[in-house]
Design a protein around this ligand. Structure first.
Ligand code: NDP
Ligand code: 8X3
Length: 258
């Protein structure tokens, strides 16, 4: 019997990067039902079908902006049991811009706070009552090393990830005694669409972030998430920092041209 047999799992931000790798890893590991969330409908549907065909897992694609309270409330009214899951991976998130704070774009700030903080809160609030009713559950949040150590031009993104540290800690306290685990996974540099999004489609800038170094792959983070979720029920991985070998700190990356 596998660790995820019979489990219903929800992964937000599953159209690319860490979320897509995590969703696929749960299917591969034999979860019964997977719900994947993202905004790019065609991509989400395509991935959901591919995972379902390949692994025989029941995959439901739910097109949703996690930062939209009306969307989440609406879908909850229409489908009251949609968020009744055993594991929630709050992965959807983004950085926008590398401007110094004094020159920052207000729209970028709002999108980061709304997605990385409010989105995580809305999803958590929608899921936790079901876990309480069942008497079990696991919430995995995607923080970042940026939530512990910031860097120039990264202050707002880092603040949203610092919020994830506190929200994870507070939720764990509020749920003490309820048999619900709460984990914060904090990766360093992972090569995904993250930098392309941050640099608003500028592929050269995005590529430069990962040039001549060996970043983490999304699958490395997915492995870590599955490891945390497959500990015995009395074990909770509270927080876990995962750097590539070639990164000692947020701003300190070893680069060696091949
Ligand atoms: P990607 O850009 O590859 O993936 C981000 C995912 O989030 C996409 O699937 C995107 O889908 C989804 N998403 C973004 N905004 C929303 C929204 N409002 N509602 C629903 N889905 C949304 O980046 P990563 O895989 O790298 O990022 C995943 C998480 O990991 C983020 O929280 C990020 O902050 C964190 N992280 C990333 C690191 C890195 O170096 N890459 C390091 C540390 C943490 P769509 O556009 O279809 O909505
Ligand atoms: C993403 C890692 O260092 O680009 O959370 O902020 S970093």
């Amino acid at each position: 019997m596998g660790d995820f047999d019979g489990k219903r799992i929800l992964v937000t931000g599953a159209t690319s990067g860490i979320g897509a790798a995590t969703a696929e890893a749960f299917c591969r590991a034999g979860c019964a039902e997977l719900i994947v969330v993202g905004r790019r409908e065609d991509l989400l549907q395509e991935k959901a079908k591919a995972w379902s065909d390949k692994y025989g897992c029941d995959v439901a694609a739910v097109v949703l902006d996690v930062g939209s309270r009306p969307d989440i409330e609406g879908i909850t009214v229409d489908h009251p049991n949609l968020f009744d899951v055993d594991i929630l991976v709050n992965n959807a998130g983004l950085a926008l811009g590398r401007d110094p704070l004094q020159e920052g774009e207000l729209d970028d700030w709002e999108a980061m706070v709304q997605t990385n903080v409010m989105g995580l809160l809305y999803m958590t609030r929608a899921v936790v009552p079901h876990m309480l009713q069942k008497g079990s559950g696991h919430i995995v949040n995607l923080g970042s090393v940026a939530g512990r150590w910031t860097y120039p031009g990264g202050g707002v993104y880092a603040a949203t990830k610092a919020a994830v540290v506190k929200l994870t800690e507070g939720l764990r306290m509020d749920l003490l005694g309820k048999n619900i685990r709460v984990t914060n996974i904090e990766p360093g540099m992972v090569e995904t669409e993250f930098s392309l999004v941050r640099h608003k489609g500028d592929a050269a800038k995005a590529k430069a972030v990962y040039a001549d170094t060996r970043p983490l792959r999304p699958e490395d983070v997915a492995d870590t998430i599955l490891w945390a979720c497959s500990r015995p029920p009395h074990v909770n991985v509270q927080e876990l920092v995962l750097y590539p070998t070639d990164q000692a700190h947020v701003g300190q990356v070893h680069r060696a041209p091949n």
